[in-house]
Design a binder for this molecule. Sequence first.
Ligand SMILES: Cc1ncc(COP(=O)(O)O)c(C=O)c1O
Ligand SMILES: C[C@@H](O)[C@H](N)C(=O)O
Length: 385
Amino acid sequence: MSALPELYTSAANDFRSDTFTTPTEEMLKAGLAASIGDAVYNEDVDTIRLEQKVAELAGMEAGLFCVSGTLSNQIALRTHLFQPPYSILCDYRAHVYTHEAAGLAILSQAMVSPVIPSNGNYMTLEDIKRHYIPDDGDIHGAPTRVISLENTLHGIVYPLQELIRIRAWCLENNIKLHCDGARIWNAAAEAGIPLKQYGEVFDSISICLSKSMGAPMGSILVGDFKFIKKCNHFRKQQGGGVRQSGIMCRMAMVSVESDWKAKLRQSHRMAHQLAAFCQEHSIPLESPADTNFVFLDLQKAKMDPDVLVKKGLKYNVKLMGGRVSFHYQISETSLERVKSAILEAFEYAKEHPFDTEGPTKIYRSESTEVDIDGNAIPEIQTYKY
Ligand SMILES: Cc1ncc(COP(=O)(O)O)c(C=O)c1O
Ligand SMILES: C[C@@H](O)[C@H](N)C(=O)O
């Protein structure tokens, strides 16, 4: 059995994802004082408190604690669906389509209509009208029953006015509107829009606490009472009915009650600094760095992701591909180091252009031991997932 990795205590240099944020001492102490009721029987006070708090922030009637954003999304979309054949329309990059292991096909028996937005950044109502499947009795079709948007998507803040346009059209066409809000806190902080205004637009929102908010785990799915009641049924079916979730909820409450806007804006400022640095050095980006992600356009730059990862390790920063993720625990030192790593990988690509026909994968893991001075880097056990 391979040796266990060092105790993971800091995400200060971890740009792989904001999911690597680690619980603070304040959270751990709060967890010690948590309620310990059985949440399956709805008897855990801290779970109920967090569900109510997040639902209230979003202006929704009810909330449901889910151990992951994937579970939260999947049961939300299943609950919106009734009589197959049906389909879900989303952006071709949507997590519910690309990174939830075909849950929509398997758990919901839904077909997915993945759409490439004509503006390259986010779907407009015109994109939706062009690609949705109307419920017009045509027996060839699987009518669109739900539109699943992501805010932020690839770090891009969805313009509220576009969301309002889409919402109005969905109401006219009896189509439900779900939001994968894994980073809706980032959108709210950057756009200065209260979560409640997003709540007015969507039938359901999956709100993650384990990403930029820094909680160790969990999401709160919010919607109306009847919807959340049925989601609870599907949550149990999917094995998401957990017992003493109060410990996790009390820890997550620390982040919800913190000055999260300031924390997230700080991470956005660092991302904006990196984006400006890339622009200064003509390093191409895939999409605008509105919030906490900088997406390097590795294909346009002909950069080899493995070289980028190794340059990162040389400068003692962790990367896993072209997506550079910021969060409130990233240090200023690490920001300077990741700039050096990216520039060195970019310069390397000029002499050694890397042409890949394969998909641009932004998520993968690698494990390696390397010291801070960038001594010989053992072969990185890179695997993609
Ligand atoms: C946009 C988005 N939605 C959903 C998820 C799923 O969350 P989880 O990893 O908690 O299942 C992620 C993962 O971080 C994500 O990036
Ligand atoms: C890996 C992926 O599922 C995760 N949502 C992330 O953004 O890192």
